[in-house]
Design a protein around this ligand. Structure first.
Ligand code: HEC
Ligand code: HEC
Ligand code: HEC
Ligand code: HEC
Ligand code: HEC
Length: 192
């Protein structure tokens, strides 16, 4: 004949019992809150590391300053021109940069890194700032009369670009309505 307490409980039930027993036993000194302290310490250690990787991911491969280059008299079109069917502005090839930087500021670390990337003859992988989903149709060529700053802010004053103009559907459509440009859905959501 089995006694009540001698029936072997399933492992899950065993866990429940032992945890309940532990927390209910007044004689047991479980110490301070078991989970909080170590978690806080671990996080604090992790923050600089996370920050480091975030900066690494978000920063440009070369610290390029629009302000510095605009001050030197370079115009936007020297480096950005609408090309192809999608009329992307694109980014200048490293060879264009090297046209000046073979001599200008050549010993500077950032320019040496530029020379190294240029020698690989592959496009520099710039971190994108403005990017639409590919199901929205947009063309820079169709906006040739609109100043760049309407959609990108005062780029020539910036050492580092951020998406300071929020390009939303409302932003696009309200300008179209104001300027009596086409504003029905198919204008921007149709493959052309
Ligand atoms: C010397 C070449 C050069 C000139 C001149 C130049 N740019 Fe750029 N532009 C770049 C490079 C390189 C990048 C990529 C690095 C970055 O985002 O800062 C870039 C990035 C951008 C971007 C972000 C695009 C994206 O979505 O990632 C915008 C917007 C832009 N440029 C606008 C302008 C405007 C407006 C002007 C004129 C006021 C201008 N640029 C002049 C080289 C140039
Ligand atoms: C009407 C708004 C508008 C104007 C005006 C405008 N842009 Fe843009 N620009 C955009 C949008 C939207 C994107 C993102 C396009 C995409 O992801 O397809 C973009 C992207 C870019 C890029 C990244 C490469 C690319 O083409 O996707 C560069 C560089 C750029 N713009 C430069 C310029 C320059 C230089 C001017 C002025 C000559 C200018 N833009 C004028 C809205 C504008
Ligand atoms: C027309 C000539 C010209 C072109 C083209 C040009 N730059 Fe420059 N760049 C300059 C000048 C001038 C300076 C300022 C140098 C100084 O103050 O010592 C500069 C400064 C720089 C610096 C800062 C160097 C430092 O640490 O002081 C970097 C990085 C740079 N350019 C990258 C680029 C990149 C990337 C491109 C191509 C997208 C490019 N440049 C295209 C002329 C040019
Ligand atoms: C600052 C005002 C302004 C903003 C912002 C703007 N547009 Fe436009 N857009 C215009 C004007 C004006 C035209 C008509 C240009 C013409 O007919 O020469 C136009 C034309 C177009 C066309 C061509 C329409 C046709 O007639 O076939 C498309 C597509 C377009 N815009 C998409 C967009 C998208 C997508 C955005 C947002 C990312 C945007 N636009 C933001 C002013 C603007
Ligand atoms: C002038 C250009 C333009 C016109 C006209 C336009 N859209 Fe959009 N639409 C956009 C852009 C740009 C985005 C992407 C916004 C983003 O990435 O945040 C978008 C996004 C969307 C989305 C995704 C959800 C969202 O809000 O981000 C839907 C759905 C949509 N549009 C439907 C429509 C419908 C329906 C119409 C007609 C009533 C319309 N659009 C007219 C430019 C336009």
């Amino acid at each position: 004949m089995h006694q009540r307490g001698s029936v072997a409980p399933s492992s899950r039930a065993r866990n429940c019992i032992s945890r309940r027993r532990l927390t209910q036993n007044p004689d047991l000194d479980l110490g301070p809150e078991p989970t909080r302290l170590p978690v806080v310490r671990w996080d604090a250690k992790l923050y600089p590391l996370l920050l480091f990787f975030a900066l690494l991911l978000l920063s440009q491969p070369i610290p390029f300053s629009h302000r510095q280059h605009a001050a030197g008299g370079l115009r936007c079109v020297s480096c950005h021109n609408p090309r192809g069917a999608s009329a992307h502005m694109g980014f200048p090839p490293a060879s264009l940069c090297m046209g000046c930087h073979r001599t200008i500021a050549a010993p500077k670390p950032a320019v040496r890194e530029l020379a190294r990337l240029a020698a690989q003859q592959q496009p520099i992988r710039w971190e994108r700032v403005y990017e639409l989903p590919d199901w929205v149709w947009f063309s820079h060529r169709r906006h040739a009369k609109t100043p760049c700053s309407k959609c990108h802010g005062p780029v020539e004053q910036r050492d580092e670009l951020t998406a300071e103009v929020e390009i939303s559907m409302k932003f696009c459509r309200s300008c179209h309505q104001q300027n009596k440009a086409r504003a029905e859905c198919g204008t921007c959501h149709e493959s052309k």
